[in-house]
Design a protein around this ligand. Structure first.
Ligand SMILES: *Cc1c(COP(=O)(O)O)cnc(C)c1O
Length: 387
């Protein structure tokens, strides 16, 4: 028997990286030494003190049972303390914080708590694919908000029809932004909150990159007046502490919204392994020097790649946050063609901008998760490409 996939599964967009993947495999078969700027997965290990805390916690039998619910009180308190010191935001750990099995999990599930079939979900594009997947799985109708350079890669609310806002239940925002590396200011968030209040739209702010910055620390959506009435913010320990493999994140903000997400989760999973939550307590409560050290490393990589690309004639803005460089492809090329040429002629993997949404056409995303000597090697190889 060949199983018949569900209509919802069939709705998912085709895997856009298939052609790149095929070329990558062919290059590896040729024996090419691939340098990958593709996936945004930190290459550096989780800081030692966090690993040690996790090891100790694994030994504790009280952590061997189902975790259940919103997470350890110690974890939610650590989140609450971290929010106060980092953003000056007060969160009640009892009902305004919820642990997540990575923030992707919460971002995917929140739709099921609030979106009915036919409801609109406002989604930035190019963007993280899970906003769209979650909307489709809930039977919602994605409405894409283009992020273009002339608007500072912020959605332009003035061009969204009133009828769309009327039907919208949920709006995703993501700053610092993957893939454009843009940041949002208070005025932008205030305009989003005004719309959210006017049309009763829930705002889900994805702040996975809030700690990866090279300039002033980015603000939190929850710092802005009125945010707590209309939204939640998703955070992840993945990028901040090189913990992508551990699967730990959290949602914070409006208690009723958190409660909806909690109900979905209670019925789908039984919480985050407590040992991992305890490692998270260590990460959030210890000295943040490890984060500062990582920022310095990303900063040097950024400077090496940005100055090198500019020397080679590429057009781009140096990112002020995230570990992505969002570069315009050489003239007359499409994203897919440029990425294919980088791979075929220099064994370099990068993400085609249009793979993350149509407004990404004409761009390539380079993730700075590659050591500096390899960045220099990549630039050396790129200098030999004729565009
Ligand atoms: C990496 C990333 C996440 C979160 O990842 P988790 O590991 O699931 O916490 C969320 N949003 C964006 C935009 C990301 O790039």
């Amino acid at each position: 028997m060949k199983p018949e996939y569900s209509e919802k599964l069939k709705l998912l967009p085709p895997y856009l990286f298939i052609e790149i993947d095929r070329r990558k495999k062919a290059a590896i078969e040729r024996g090419a030494d691939i340098i990958s700027f593709g996936v945004g997965d930190p290459d550096m290990p989780t800081p030692r003190h966090i690993v040690e805390a996790g090891k100790l916690s694994i030994e504790n039998p009280k952590n061997h049972q189902y975790p259940f619910g919103s997470g350890l009180m110690t974890f939610r308190e650590a989140v609450s303390r971290w929010y106060r010191s980092r953003f000056g935001v007060n969160l009640n750990p009892a009902n305004q914080v919820h642990s997540l099995i990575g923030s992707k999990e919460g971002i995917g599930h929140i739709h099921l708590a609030f979106v009915n079939p036919g409801d609109v979900v406002l989604i930035p594009e190019p963007g993280y694919p899970v906003y769209n997947t979650g909307a489709l799985f809930a039977g919602g109708e994605p409405y894409f908000m283009p992020l273009v350079e002339k608007n500072g890669f912020l959605p332009d609310f003035s061009v969204i029809p009133d009828a769309i806002f009327q039907k919208a239940k949920l709006m995703f925002l993501n700053y610092p932004n993957n893939p454009t590396a843009a940041v949002a200011d208070k005025a932008f968030y205030a305009s989003a909150i005004e719309i959210a209040k006017k049309y009763s739209i829930i705002i889900a702010a994805d702040a996975a990159y809030s700690e990866i910055f090279y300039d002033d620390p980015p603000i939190s959506f929850l710092e802005v007046e009125g945010a707590m009435e209309v939204g939640v913010e998703f955070h992840s320990l993945s990028k901040t502490y090189n913990m992508t493999g551990w699967r730990l994140g959290f949602a914070a903000g409006n208690a009723d919204i958190i409660k909806g997400l909690a109900s979905v989760k209670d019925n789908y999973d039984s919480g985050v392994f407590q040992a991992i939550q305890e490692a998270g307590v260590c990460a959030l409560s210890s000295s943040q020097k490890c984060v500062d050290d990582a920022r310095k490393i990303y900063c040097r990589r950024r400077d090496a790649l940005v100055s090198g690309l500019i020397k080679l004639g590429w057009t781009l803005n140096s990112p002020v946050a995230t570990f992505y460089v969002w570069a315009k492809v050489p003239p007359r090329y499409k994203s897919g063609e440029a990425v294919a040429k980088l791979l075929d002629e220099a064994a370099i993997v990068a993400t085609p901008g249009n793979g993350l949404g149509p407004s990404g056409e004409g761009y390539v995303r380079f993730a700075l998760t590659v050591p500096e000597p390899r960045i220099k090697e990549a630039l050396e190889r790129m200098s030999k490409i004729k565009w």
